[in-house]
Design a protein. Sequence first.
Length: 376
Amino acid sequence: MTNPHFSYEVTHICKQSGARLGVLHTPHGDIPTPIYMPVGTSACVKAMTSREMEEIGTKILLSNTYHLHLRPGEELIREAGGLHRFMDWPHPILTDSGGFQVFSLAGIRKIKEEGVTFQSHLDGSRKFISPEVSMDIQQALGSDIAMAFDVCSPYPCDYKTAKEAMERTHRWAERCKEHHTREDQALFGIVQGAFYEDLRIESAKALSDMDFIGYGIGGLSVGEPKPVMYEMLDKIRPYMPEGKPRYLMGVGSPDCLIEGVIRGIDMFDCVLATRIARNGSIFTHRGRVVIKNGKYAHDFSPMDEACDCYACTHYSRAYVRHLFNAKEITAGRLASIHNLRFLLRMMEEIREAIAEDRLLDYRKEFYERYDLTKNF
């Protein structure tokens, strides 16, 4: 599929790892890849302003179709001039389809071929989303990238369940593509197939034949061991189109970012950074630190001495710990600024390592200093 508003170019392939460096061109700006996308579920990254998101180097945000549909509603956002104007964000936005959120509702939703009927988690009212409805919502929101409405399989699940979900995802992808008409919005398909190699390969081939502008990889990071996720990425990589961006959905821990990039992934998103920040945990170059712990009461060093964010260049661990213990909302804000900048800066370093053909060296250095086994 060609679209005058969107194009993706691979600018370099790391000789050491095979990882890709690229640029995704959109109506609201160019996105360097590989990229991490902070999650602004309800048109806001929790505890952050749009200006602060710009200041820490964010190139693209993700917002949630399901939540925005329920509150405040896509028609109000359309009336406001679209999601970019509504949240004062002039850069690219990706909206998910709502499929994963509906999947997460479990006992209060019913999936049929027409679509999904579910109860609102806000007021219990009866709602319905189909591939066509999801497209209508995302087109009203006006995001740069929309995702096809899919069926996400749980982990674990039997082969029959995974196959049925995958086949329905393919049928729904065709309906999404047929219904989607907004030319200044790219539509990505989503590869499913749970944890069955043959289904994943079949899905990658089927979606590739549909010729979407880009491709999400869904149904991973849903409770499975990380080696299983990495294995699935290795298996489907040869069947993903080379000239299209690849988006690993819902993944954003530092180790998974590196491993995903090495396996050909271009885009990531996850709420992890801001979620753990609000609970008093921060990323550092040595691993996660629980800043609320008593041992930091007299620690006047930055949260991470290697970080260049506002929080680390102005405040100490002792101060941030004090804010958490005093239940000041600024505590979560400073921790969020840091965690988001940590991941965005890490992606900058990964892009630099790819350009210099040393990504495997970068991964080795990362694991030598970053302890995945404990919080400090």
